[in-house]
Design a protein around this ligand. Sequence first.
Ligand SMILES: [Zn+2]
Length: 410
Amino acid sequence: MCYQLLAICKICHLTSSPGCDIANPKMGTKFLKIVSLSLPGFIVILLQSFPVLASMITDIRLWSAPDHTRIVVDLTEPIQFESSSQENPPQFHLELKEASLKTPKREMEVKDPFLIKMSLTEVGKNKVKLILHQKKPLKANVFVLKPYQDKTHRLVIDLIDVVQEKKELEERQMQKEIKPRGTRIVVIDPGHGGEDPGAIGPKKTMEKDIVLKVGGKLVHLLNQGKEIQAFLTRKGDYFIPLEERIKIAREYGAELFISLHTDGSFNPQARGSSVYCLSLSGATDEAAKILADKENTSNILGGAFLRPAAFAKDPNLNQILLDLMQNNSMKESFRLAEALLEDIKTINPLKYLSYRQANFIVLKAPDIPSILVEMAFITNREDERLLNREDFQEKMAKILTTSIKKYFRP
Ligand SMILES: [Zn+2]
């Protein structure tokens, strides 16, 4: 056991700052423990050295989006890593330092548009190599996420097909250009996705799955006639940052944006539907504020690194014009929210008789009327049962279709 006088990093270490050099394995395989000893007349602060705690890799999973695949590695401790790419065959290599595996080697065949398999191998003492075997060359973004709620330390690798990414963007913009005269464009946003499951019911039903199902049915119904063309922000189980959802809606040229959610509460008795609009001056009540805060944490849970885009930061936009647009969009949102509540109450009890307002990031497009619908409480047994039922999902999609059509034909 070796003791040295403490010279550096006491506060940093004590507060577990992410920038702390103590967490850097370049300093060696030791970490510093601070020991304070009170002696008569003076205080001596000493260091004690112990082996670093290796980070155990406890899980690895992936989420496939049309233009990228996100790989998430769960770890018990923060991690240091080195990455490299290889062209032939296309592979992405990640060497994790001070890491260990539960099993010496793991190889996983995956069903994914861009990946063939992933392999995790122990290479020497406390070193693990992750190899992602790709179908084609891809751009990689690697970042770490700190523990949050029930999530542990996470290492995230986004493998992006830049050609496909550009194609997706061009297709959205093309829809805007080829839109027949008089046709209205509606973008439906199934909340959450991928790493962010949203609220979870007593029977483990996940909000992200229910909203995707209802969203798909809603888009299908809206596209039945010629008057409306509807699109989804996400078509599968992957995460899109909240600001990116607005960007997608704008690329489509949306005239209406509806974000679909299911509510969650610690009170298992809470149930019913509710509708929310943006507020620029604080929430209408505490419950609305709590809900907005919870929905806004989606970016933290889902990992909002990929292509963050904040509409408000566009330097080409005139602030006065933006305010005018925002005022008009909010008025229109209120009109739809009121009409929708009238319609929804014919199929499900309402949590609140009027719409509520709060600072929801996803409703912040200044030029697109936007509302957020909490279809029912997934944390209530009866509501969870309903949300899982195909006929209830159909009913919800139908009632939303009716309200949207009425909105465009006041
Ligand atoms: Zn939600």
